[in-house]
Structures are given as C-alpha cells and as structure tokens.
Design a protein. Structure first.
Length: 121
C-alpha cells in the first residue's frame, strides 16, 4: 500500500485559487454567450473571450468545451466561427453564413458536435 501524498500548504492554496478563477471565468464566458444569444449577435470569438476573462486561448477553449460537456450549451463549429445555443432558453447566437464545417487539425475528419447530430434550423 502506498500512502497518499499530501501537497504542501502553499500548493493547496494555489490549487484552490486556480479552481476559483476557473469557476469565475466559466461564469463570465457563459454570461457572454448568453448575452450574445439573447441579443441575436454573433458568437464572441476566442480572442474576445480571452480579453474578458484574462485567460489564455487554451483556457477559454477549455471553458467552452466544459460548458458544452456540462450540457449548458450546444456548439456548431465552422472553419472560422461558431454558433452557440443556450440549452436553458433555446436561443442561439447569430449564424455567420459560413457553411464549411470545422475539421480537427491534422485530420480529414469533420468535427461533429458532441451533444447532438442535429441540423441547424
């Protein structure tokens, strides 16, 4: 049997701070997406989300994926844009008119939304 390693107190504080910051940023991103959908505006870009959260591009992409995995939003990804539906209200951000679906980098497979396989109306 191995003993569970405990983190030094200063690392516990860093982990707790990171979790609080991520939770706060998740709320900020959700509110930005909700507001854009409510107003019928285009979905905020990853750069826009970076600016309002102060997080890195990778961090904001993770948050959008996390909101999608939690079932709070549905996302349709295209080459240069995305459309987000707020599950609670059914409202969507405005479509950009783009029809080329997103393709995962380095593959020939087209990315399909995780939560559903529906066609956008």
């Amino acid at each position: 049997m191995t003993a569970k390693a405990t983190l030094p107190a200063y690392l516990d504080d860093l982990v707790a701070t990171h979790r609080r910051a991520t939770k706060e940023a998740r709320g900020i991103v959700y509110r930005a997406l909700f507001r854009a959908a409510r107003r019928g505006e285009r979905c905020p870009t990853a750069d826009d989300l970076c600016d309002i959260t102060g997080m890195s591009l990778t961090g904001t992409v993770y948050i959008v994926q996390n909101l999608e995995a939690r079932g709070l939003i549905r996302v349709w990804r295209f080459q240069k844009s995305r459309v987000v539906e707020i599950v609670a209200t059914g409202e969507r951000t405005a479509a950009s008119g783009e029809t080329i679906p997103h393709r995962a980098r380095g593959t020939r497979q087209i990315h399909k939304p995780r939560a559903q396989r529906m066609v956008m109306a």
